[in-house]
Design a protein around this ligand. Structure first.
Ligand SMILES: *Cc1c(COP(=O)(O)O)cnc(C)c1O
Length: 419
């Protein structure tokens, strides 16, 4: 790796400078965006390996190109490990990322124009769950349930009423900014009554399902679970579709040749390693700590008066209503924290009166900080910094002081893969 880096430095100093800048940014600040993580050094090695040179259209044993002895091996390893980890019957590890992964499910199981029951986007649904600006939003008829305004959790009477009214072909759950675990049996019940498929997009929190600290949708009989490989799972960028064996052919044909050509075998090899690590006992310890850290961060912020959507968390993330708590929109809050070395992202809150680029909140997550070894006591310091920075938005000296304290703390928690 070192030799490759030196080669880059002399061959292209401009790109090298950007890489070096990003390395120091990642090392000296704290990553609190819940969808981000630091992958394993072994995965970084595979992403930069000769697997990137290989074309492997098709599936193990049935490829359209020769020379597949080793690509078949890594893809088989990834598939076996995924089935074991998530207790499922079939898996496809080829989606290039989360968006094509979800598209492949919709296009493989449904016909254009079919109805999909999904979460309202301001309540936690992802862009790929039928945002009007997305192509899937035009191809399929998305109808939306919301969370209960009283406590921010899912109101199943409302979900059932919508399913009866709209007769969806697919019921979709699993979100991008919902800080609670899900009642999969209740979703399955609603879907069965409508004769619909059940799909969970566990992209954000699959690492916590794998680590045994959140529920597994297959235990409630779900048809399909999708997940990105690069969020709480700590892998390379990619998508994984897990399903019941009856749906295996439809899913595989939908990914290839339906939607994609050659898979990125360097990423598939990295996914194999990632899933192998997720099967080790140390990963369950990691998942427990991600959750413990999120709970500690939520409690420490709430103790300082920060209003949290749903009042807390059951997973790796929390949503702070900065408008309500600090009279600051989420964009301003994101910028203030960024200046102090704390990377977060602005977040719409349920039924947000503010526009998406200037929403009412921010989203915080613990997977990346936990990977660096931070624990509850660091979460308490983080909460103190965040609260002070948001209470004193005009205090540039405070931001400089916190920036220095953050850098000092970070020096004790190295980023995996960086010296
Ligand atoms: C991140 C995410 C995706 C999309 O993943 P990309 O790799 O960014 O395309 C899909 N669904 C959910 C719930 C996500 O959080």
């Amino acid at each position: 790796m070192r030799a490759h880096r030196d080669l880059l430095q002399s061959a292209d100093p401009e790109v090298f400078a950007a890489l070096a800048g990003e390395e120091s940014r990642q090392a000296s600040g704290i990553e609190l965006i819940p969808s981000e993580n630091y992958t394993y050094p072994e995965v970084l090695a595979l992403l930069g390996s000769v697997f990137t040179n290989k074309y492997s259209e098709g599936y193990p044993g049935r490829r359209y190109y020769g020379g597949q002895r080793y690509t078949d091996q890594v893809e088989e390893l990834a598939r076996q490990r995924a089935c074991k980890l998530f207790r499922c019957e079939h898996v496809n590890v080829q989606p290039l990322s989360g968006s094509p992964m979800n598209q492949a499910v919709y296009l493989g199981l449904l016909e254009p124009g079919d109805t999909i029951l999904a979460m309202d986007l301001s309540h936690g649904g992802h862009l790929t769950h039928g945002a009007p600006v997305s192509h899937m939003g035009r191809l399929f008829n998305f109808v939306r349930y919301k969370t209960d305004p009283a406590d921010g959790t899912i109101d199943f009477d409302a979900v059932r009423a919508m399913a009866r009214a709209h007769k969806p072909r697919l019921v979709l759950c699993g979100y991008t900014s919902y800080p609670r675990d899900l009642d999969y049996a209740a979703f399955k019940d609603v879907a069965d009554e409508a004769g619909a498929f059940t799909m969970c997009d566990a992209s954000h929190y699959a690492g916590l399902v794998a680590g045994g600290v959140m529920r597994n949708p297959f235990d409630a009989g779900f048809d399909v679970v999708t997940t990105t490989s690069h969020k709480s799972l700590r892998g390379p960028r990619g998508g994984i579709i897990l399903c019941r064996k009856e749906l295996a052919q439809r899913i595989d044909k939908s990914v290839f040749p339906g939607l994609q050509g050659g898979p990125h075998m360097n990423a598939v090899a990295g996914i194999a390693v990632t899933l192998g690590k997720a099967l080790e006992p140390a990963f369950a310890v990691y998942a427990r700590q991600v959750l413990a850290n999120a709970r500690a961060l939520a409690a420490a912020l709430a103790a300082r008066g920060a209003p949290l959507v749903t009042g807390g968390t059951d997973n790796h993330m929390l949503v702070v209503n900065t408008q309500q708590g600090y009279n600051l929109d989420g964009k301003t809050a994101e910028e203030l924290l960024d200046e102090a070395g704390l990377t977060t992202n602005k977040q719409i809150v349920p039924d947000d009166p503010n526009p998406p680029l200037k929403p009412s909140g921010i989203r915080l997550g613990t997977p990346a900080a936990t990977t660096r070894g931070m624990m509850e006591q660091e979460m308490d310091r983080l909460a103190g910094w965040i609260d002070a920075l948001l209470r004193n938005p005009r205090d540039a000296a405070l931001r400089a002081t916190v920036r220095a304290e953050v850098a000092t703390m970070c020096a004790g928690f190295p980023v995996p893969g960086l010296q």
